[in-house]
Design a protein around this ligand. Structure first.
Ligand code: PGA
Length: 263
């Protein structure tokens, strides 16, 4: 199993200007020196991708820093107003894409079936999907066993159409309990111990999957510079998906360094 930790910055709908995006990205770039052994992926709003890819290329170092998108559509081109395909993302230089984030499930009513189509489309074109799964509070209240069943359905539905080809696909899964995401919890994360219980469950399900998938499973939900070490020190947790704290350059860089020290 891969030991390198991966830290993904989910900028969501921020910052509100390209200048702000460039400034934040430059700070991350400066941190991602060759000394940093963790992998870092920054997922800005779509419209900043071109400029940030250009910045990344002109900087010329830090193979460990890549760019991703926060969503994609399931067709590669065509009459789909407002959508962005994995093919477009690849052309722009993105290497990763978030799929099924809970905020899209909540505000845009995205379903597991949509996640399934998006995931298959991303894999087909060679973009690494970061599939987001996680139960909300009403499910969690019923206990860990119910939460596990809920996550199992999200995961297995999304994976259903992954083709059984000879290619070894890479896939990241982010376990993000909805109740621990900072915009919902006010910054209160899950505990590393409970997160591990679910992550091991996800790994067990992935291990039983018949297809050839190289997978890593991350934790997301109010990760910050104070609690990051508690998650990163655990072998079962392959990295972190960071929202709010990724918008504070210094704090995000501390998280990257922590992840690196456990890589
Ligand atoms: P958070 O967001 O770190 O602000 O909780 C994580 C996410 O929603 O991906």
């Amino acid at each position: 199993m891969e030991k390198t930790k991966i830290v993904i910055a989910n900028w969501k709908m921020c910052p509100v200007s390209i200048e702000g995006a460039k400034e934040l990205f430059s700070a991350v770039q400066r941190t991602c020196s060759p000394k940093i052994s963790a992998e870092v992926v920054v997922a800005p709003p779509f419209v900043y991708l071109t400029e940030l890819v250009r910045l990344a290329r002109s900087f010329g170092r830090g193979k460990n820093l890549r760019l991703g998108a926060q969503d994609c559509f399931w067709e590669q081109a065509g009459a789909y107003t407002g959508e962005v395909s994995p093919e477009i993302l690849k052309t722009l230089g993105a290497t990763h894409v978030l799929i099924g984030h809970s905020e899209r499930r909540r505000y845009l009513k995205e379903t597991d079936e949509m996640a399934q189509k998006k995931l298959a489309a991303a894999l087909r074109i060679g973009i690494i999907p970061i599939l987001c799964v996680g139960e909300d509070k009403s499910v969690r209240r019923k206990g860990l066993a119910s939460a596990k069943q809920f996550v199992k359905k999200q995961l297995l539905t999304a994976l259903r159409s992954v083709s059984q080809s000879g290619t070894r696909h890479e896939l990241l899964v982010a376990y993000e309990p909805v109740w621990a995401i900072s915009s919902v919890s006010g910054g209160k994360s899950d505990t590393p111990e409970e997160a591990v219980a679910m992550i091991l469950w996800i790994k067990q399900l992935l291990g039983a999957h018949p297809f050839r998938l190289a997978t890593r499973v991350l934790y997301g939900g109010s990760v910050n510079m104070k609690n990051a070490a508690g998650f990163m020190e655990l072998e079962a947790i392959d990295g972190a998906l960071v929202g709010d704290a990724s918008l504070r350059a210094q704090e995000f860089c501390v998280i990257v360094k922590i992840a690196s020290s456990f890589s």
